[in-house]
Write a protein that binds this ligand. Sequence first.
Ligand SMILES: CC(C)(COP(=O)(O)OP(=O)(O)OC[C@H]1O[C@@H](n2cnc3c(N)ncnc32)[C@H](O)[C@@H]1OP(=O)(O)O)[C@@H](O)C(=O)NCCC(=O)NCCS
Length: 238
Amino acid sequence: MGWERPLRPPALAAAPHVWRADLDGLATDVALLDDAERARAARFAFETDRRRFIAERGFQRRLLAAYLDRPAAELAIAPDRYGKPRLAPAGIAFNGSESGGTALIAVARTGEIGVDLEALRPERADLRIARRYFHPEEVRKLESLPLEQQPAAFFAVWTRKEALVKAVGLGLRIPLASFVVGVLPEEAPGPLRYEADWPGTRDWRLVPLPLEPSHLGTLAVAGTLPDPRLFEWAANDA
Ligand SMILES: CC(C)(COP(=O)(O)OP(=O)(O)OC[C@H]1O[C@@H](n2cnc3c(N)ncnc32)[C@H](O)[C@@H]1OP(=O)(O)O)[C@@H](O)C(=O)NCCC(=O)NCCS
């Protein structure tokens, strides 16, 4: 899996698409945003966060508009009752994640999709967080790793779990310890096991995304889907 740089989004077939953008390299176009997005942009305390939010929403709108062949500013995107953003009328499935100025947007023709991205900040890879949220088996495996490998493994586990609960759409209403993901470098990403039967439990597939070493990212899709295609987004795209 490598990152391609097409001029326009290729047609969506069975394979989901994942797009990556460097938000600080994108133009900010407030005119593309709807009232709720503008109100949220106005609430950021820091200018960098406001800028990145506007850039991320512009990226999302331009990307989805290119797939749907509709004007970006006219797309109706709103969170459902659990917070998962949806298009109305539904056209394609999508989910996004942002961390440290990088954004990912995953797109699928149908079904549910989830993506999570985290900047690798070793000081936040805290075993106390792991013990509180992860499955005991995951914690044991994390603790068995050499210290220098633990931060990347922590964020790999975190993004695997977040991507899955975002695909289901319930977010952190799903206890992160209710399913087990791969932790060790030699293990499959999982999910290895489900220990509770929440709505939407099914045959999910987690796909680690090949990112720069400063970030960890995972895609969650239905188990039957092929590997995703990966694309870079740039300011002049679509
Ligand atoms: C909101 C949540 C779904 C993901 O949050 P996150 O990982 O911090 O941030 P991400 O950028 O990956 O995802 C946020 C995006 O997910 C989407 N989202 C929100 N609720 C969602 C849901 N129920 N299902 C799917 N996607 C959802 C939105 O697009 C949201 O973007 P927005 O805030 O700009 O509207 C939720 O799981 C959460 O709050 N997680 C806690 C994160 C945390 O504590 N991380 C610590 C890491 S050590």
